[in-house]
Design a protein around this ligand. Structure first.
Ligand SMILES: *[C@@H]1O[C@H](CO)[C@@H](O)[C@H](O)[C@H]1NC(C)=O
Ligand SMILES: *[C@@H]1O[C@H](CO)[C@@H](O)[C@H](O)[C@H]1NC(C)=O
Ligand SMILES: *[C@@H]1O[C@H](CO)[C@@H](O)[C@H](O)[C@H]1NC(C)=O
Ligand SMILES: *[C@@H]1O[C@H](CO)[C@@H](O)[C@H](O)[C@H]1NC(C)=O
Ligand SMILES: *[C@@H]1O[C@H](CO)[C@@H](O)[C@H](O)[C@H]1NC(C)=O
Ligand SMILES: *[C@@H]1O[C@H](CO)[C@@H](O)[C@H](O)[C@H]1NC(C)=O
Ligand SMILES: *[C@@H]1O[C@H](CO)[C@@H](O)[C@H](O)[C@H]1NC(C)=O
Ligand SMILES: *[C@@H]1O[C@H](CO)[C@@H](O)[C@H](O)[C@H]1NC(C)=O
Ligand SMILES: *[C@@H]1O[C@H](CO)[C@@H](O)[C@H](O)[C@H]1NC(C)=O
Ligand SMILES: *[C@@H]1O[C@H](CO)[C@@H](O)[C@H](O)[C@H]1NC(C)=O
Ligand SMILES: *[C@@H]1O[C@H](CO)[C@@H](O)[C@H](O)[C@H]1NC(C)=O
Length: 678
């Protein structure tokens, strides 16, 4: 019976297999198979073939391989989840040069692939994603990729010297490796450096969690003025050019003029305007001008015998060389030389310096410590160097020196007279610092603003007043700082003004400017809501098209408010005439008194400070009387013969910039393009 049925089955399948269409042998009728498994099919089974609770597991031998397949292969209870025995091979790793070639090809494809339509932003971010894989897997090819893309996209004429392995290439590779290139970071990179994305929105802040305590309400009563006035010097942007070549072309067509290596392309063999000994409008500060400025300060300010109570130096010591002409030594040379000159020529009284964007190598770059590993300490040579110099010059006590070493060269110094000076390394909010594009939704990846906030909280708890000193301004026309950190800084200033923060000082633009900070994020700008002022100091360097200048404040010794301000300047267009003789150097002369220049049209007592209220009232007069903007515009360029006039929209814009302490406020409220007189 068992055998017959088997034969029949075999016949049916044979007929199907042969495709026989003949009806011969087909049995009409029905067939019903037996219920028990035909155990005679196999000799051996892994399980009991007569049991009905599970399927039979015959022992199968492969006639080809001679292998007997184990039960585990077919056991329904032990289905393997991964085959580790015989995976397919991976392709061979590409050589680093092949990775580079393919990355370039992919970015070129992204740049031309019509699938992206007209979204330049999507193309740019997709290209950064390619770059990210190179930066992570083959970092040694990162700089070469940056140079190749720079050349392909005609981004610069100096791709190799600006972005190669000896310039910014490694920095950009670090940033691409660490940034969220497909998100906010990438959009910001594409916006700022390539203008391919829209400006991303400012990230929301949680100020409740940022501040340890809410702003006191009511504020503690203001300190009573002592009536005693201290003299405080504000110097900025010396930009000493130790490579200044007297007699070289001062009217060059690109780069820094007054250098042997920069000519006027229209007249390469004949110098059109030989560099005067004391400087020129397209040049940084020659040694002779720096020493003349410093020599003139004590007699002009009446401090020969007393010195200043203190000096603030708002950054930038080094000349405007391209990265490939800079080095650590060149930066440290300027730091050493200029601080030493300050010490010897300005008389007693400490100098409180902040680092500028040119006081780093690569210029403008400073990495957040959170980048981790050996990358975290790549700029420590500089923080350690300046911290040591500030101690060596006897300007900072040990505690402040320790802070500087640990906080990107930023520090807090508590003076004997009660004032606290807190400095910042503003590269950590400067748009040209590539490292700021890492984790940019968070406004303080570096921790610098945390440091500032904690120091301000300590000062508030102690009832002390504070001066904040930095380099890159937080506001004015909004072109220099990153939106998110400058937005947070504005809120910090609001939280601690006016009772803690007495004044803020910046430099960087080389021009005589200022910004007012208001309550409630500037939503209602009035004399009642104005809370703090940042004074943006005039530069010593004439670069670009400016006169050379400096300022002295008269400061109340109890409140540390500024009660008068005096600005001096030297006219750079007079310098060529000095070359024919050796008797005279440049003349620095009194330019203006701030109170007299701006405070004549409203009631302001002779001892009332030049505070935010004062400056808001000045902007109200400017609105009514644009001639005051003309005055401001002249002083902005330190009376340079090359300062263009400012009327109409320019005047409106300047008033708006003065009222903008943060980049988002300037960008939202003000017409763009009128920030500089250069
Ligand atoms: C795959 O198998 C390997 C080797 O047995 C084992 O180490 C690994 O954890 C397994 N992976 C998964 C996802 O099961
Ligand atoms: C992009 O393309 C879309 C649809 O083709 C069009 O509506 C839009 O105006 C274009 N945008 C630009 C900036 O050209
Ligand atoms: C770069 O400039 C060259 C020469 O002007 C031009 O042929 C090329 O198309 C440009 N490349 C891009 C991507 O625009
Ligand atoms: C802000 O922070 C506070 C305190 O940490 C928290 O209670 C609150 O939920 C946060 N608000 C938002 C909108 O995240
Ligand atoms: C400049 O001098 C070089 C070398 O003497 C000469 O080849 C070149 O033609 C000169 N250029 C001009 C514009 O005179
Ligand atoms: C400076 O050079 C420009 C061309 O680059 C020329 O128009 C101008 O007259 C030159 N000025 C002087 C003072 O030589
Ligand atoms: C960026 O943020 C991520 C996630 O919050 C963090 O792990 C990383 O350390 C941050 N990187 C830097 C450089 O701060
Ligand atoms: C703005 O502030 C001033 C002074 O505090 C006040 O008089 C005015 O009503 C405020 N305006 C708005 C729109 O809140
Ligand atoms: C500025 O000084 C005036 C006059 O002493 C004072 O009334 C005003 O409250 C001060 N403003 C600020 C913001 O401190
Ligand atoms: C400001 O004062 C000057 C000199 O007193 C006067 O000429 C000018 O008209 C005044 N401006 C306004 C807006 O009152
Ligand atoms: C302040 O205003 C600016 C401009 O509108 C905005 O971008 C920013 O988010 C605001 N900041 C806060 C804390 O509300």
């Amino acid at each position: 019976m068992f055998g017959r049925k088997l034969t029949l089955l075999a016949m049916v399948s044979a007929a199907i297999a042969s495709g026989a269409s003949s009806s011969a042998g087909i049995q009409p009728g029905t067939f019903t198979a037996q219920g028990a498994f035909p155990t005679s099919l196999y000799t051996n089974y892994y399980n009991n073939p007569t049991a009905t609770v599970s399927q039979v597991q015959p022992v199968i031998s492969d006639p080809v391989t001679q292998k007997t397949y184990p039960l585990a292969l077919t056991d329904p209870d032990t289905i393997p989840l991964n085959n580790t025995v015989d995976p397919h091979p991976l392709p061979p790793p590409a050589s680093p040069s092949l990775v580079l070639a393919h990355a370039i090809a992919q970015v070129q494809s992204i740049a031309t692939n019509p699938i992206f339509g007209n979204s330049t932003c999507a193309r740019c971010q997709a290209a950064l994603e390619v770059g990210k894989f190179v930066a992570l897997t083959t970092p040694d090819q990162g700089p070469a990729l940056v140079v190749a893309l720079c050349e392909y996209f005609n981004y610069s004429k100096t791709c190799e010297t600006s972005y190669g392995p000896l310039a910014l290439g490694p920095v950009i590779t670090q940033v691409i490796a660490n940034a969220d290139v497909g998100g906010y970071d990438g959009q910001s990179l594409c916006q700022n450096f390539l203008s391919l994305c829209p400006v991303p929105p400012t990230s929301p802040l949680n100020l409740t969690s940022w501040f340890a305590k809410p702003k006191p309400n009511p504020l503690p009563p203001p300190k009573t003025p002592s009536g005693t006035r201290l003299k405080v010097l504000h110097l900025s942007d010396a930009h000493l050019d130790p490579r200044y070549a007297t007699g070289s072309e001062s009217n060059c067509t690109s780069g820094l003029c007054c250098r042997e290596n920069n000519v006027n392309t229209a007249s390469p063999n004949r110098t059109l305007a030989p560099a005067p000994r004391y400087g020129a409008y397209l040049c940084d500060t020659p040694f002779s001008l720096l020493t003349s400025a410093l020599e003139s300060i004590p007699p002009l300010t009446g401090t020969q015998d007393t010195g200043f109570a203190w000096t603030v130096y708002t950054g930038d010591l080094v000349s405007h060389d391209p990265d490939n002409q800079l080095s650590r030594d060149y930066i440290m040379y300027a730091e050493t030389l200029i601080y030493d000159l300050f010490k010897r020529l300005l008389g007693s009284g400490p100098v409180y310096p902040a680092l500028g964007n040119h006081d780093s190598y690569n210029q403008a770059q400073d990495a957040p410590y959170s980048i981790g590993g050996y990358l975290a300490s790549q700029f420590s040579w500089n923080y350690d160097h300046v911290a040591y110099l500030w101690q060596h010059e006897d300007w900072l006590p040990e505690a402040a020196v320790e802070l500087a070493r640990a906080h990107y060269a930023a520090y807090m110094v508590k003076r004997q007279d009660g004032l606290r000076v807190i400095t910042l390394n503003t590269d950590l909010w400067y748009r040209a610092n590539y490292f700021n594009y890492i984790n940019l939704t968070y406004p303080d990846t570096s921790g610098m603003l945390r440091f500032l906030t904690d120091e301000l909280q300590d000062a508030e708890d102690a009832g002390d007043r504070v001066w904040i000193v930095g380099h890159v301004l937080s506001g004015w026309d909004g072109t220099n700082p990153m939106a998110n950190p400058s937005n947070l800084f504005y809120q910090i200033v609001d939280r601690f003004s006016p009772h803690v923060i007495a004044n803020i000082f910046f430099g960087h633009t080389h021009e005589d400017q200022l910004s007012i900070f208001y309550a409630n994020n500037g939503t209602n700008m009035s004399a009642q809501t104005a809370q703090a002022v940042s004074w943006i100091g005039p530069s010593i360097t004439p670069l670009t098209n400016l006169n050379s200048g400096f300022r002295v404040y008269e400061v109340d010794s109890a409140t540390f408010d500024i009660v008068d301000a005096h600005t001096w300047r030297s006219e750079v267009n007079t310098f060529p005439a000095l070359d024919s003789q050796l008797q005279y150097g440049p003349t620095y002369s009194y330019e203006y008194n701030t109170r007299q220049a701006y405070g004549a049209n409203f009631t302001w007592g002779p001892n009332d400070p030049l505070n935010a209220t004062f400056w808001h009232k000045v902007t109200e007069v400017m609105e009514a009387d644009p001639s005051l903007v003309t005055t401001f515009n002249t002083y902005q360029g330190k009376g340079s013969v090359l300062t263009p006039p400012c009327t109409g929209t320019c005047a409106t814009a300047k008033i708006c910039y003065i009222r903008s302490g943060s980049a988002p406020l300037a960008r939202q409220n003000c017409p763009a393009g009128y920030g500089s007189v250069q």
